[in-house]
Design a protein around this ligand. Structure first.
Ligand SMILES: CC(C)(COP(=O)(O)OP(=O)(O)OC[C@H]1O[C@@H](n2cnc3c(N)ncnc32)[C@H](O)[C@@H]1OP(=O)(O)O)[C@@H](O)C(=O)NCCC(=O)NCCS
Length: 163
């Protein structure tokens, strides 16, 4: 698997799984009906570094995941990073999310970030276990914040890891 910075040409390959994940309404606090143009502005925002993971080589390669890295705050706190991760649900559970997260943590460190914060991790998301195994801790939980389509009202964790 190759992990590299994304280009504008990658967006049409990211959008199908981006849409599937957000439309499911289980993991991101974004409108499940987010139109494609808004999704592109949100994810491929020039203020963010965007990465993709590719399976295969050359013309036979497929974009299977994407991540972004951006400052979580401004001014004196601009060295605290935020990141987001999406793996194509058809390719989940094969180590892609872990590899991409390790890559982005290294990239954040190389860019001079001192820590990474996730602002809204749905507490029922299996990703909580992944983030914990990568050294993140739950700083606190916004109770009853997220209407989950299967679990009802659940909390949103704020998670942190020093770099
Ligand atoms: C969370 C996500 C990025 C993980 O990517 P992935 O490629 O499926 O994860 P990996 O195969 O690298 O697995 C990482 C670990 O998480 C655990 N895990 C991931 N998804 C899981 C699931 N659905 N159920 C149980 N465990 C899961 C695995 O046990 C694994 O642990 P291991 O490395 O010790 O075996 C991916 O499932 C995804 O895009 N989910 C939807 C969007 C999302 O939730 N993003 C994160 C928002 S905070």
């Amino acid at each position: 698997m190759l992990i590299r910075e994304a280009t504008a040409a990658d967006w049409p390959h990211i959008w199908p799984f981006w849409h599937r994940i957000v439309a499911a309404g289980e993991t991101y606090a974004w409108d499940p009906d987010t139109p494609e143009a808004d999704a592109r502005s949100l994810w491929m925002n020039p203020a963010k570094r965007v990465y993709v993971a590719e399976d295969g080589t050359g013309t036979g390669s497929t974009v299977v995941a994407s991540a972004y890295l951006t400052p979580n705050y401004g001014g004196g706190a601009a060295r605290i990073a935020n990141a987001g991760f999406m793996v194509d649900p058809d390719r989940a559970g094969r180590g892609t999310g872990r590899a991409l997260a390790e890559y982005v943590l290294d990239a954040a460190r190389a860019d001079g970030y001192r820590a990474m914060v996730f602002n809204a991790v749905v507490e029922t998301n299996p990703a909580v276990r992944l983030w914990t195994s990568l050294g993140f801790t739950v700083l606190g939980t916004v109770p009853d914040a997220f209407d989950h389509p299967r679990h009802g009202r659940v909390g949103l964790h704020i998670m942190h890891r020093a770099l």
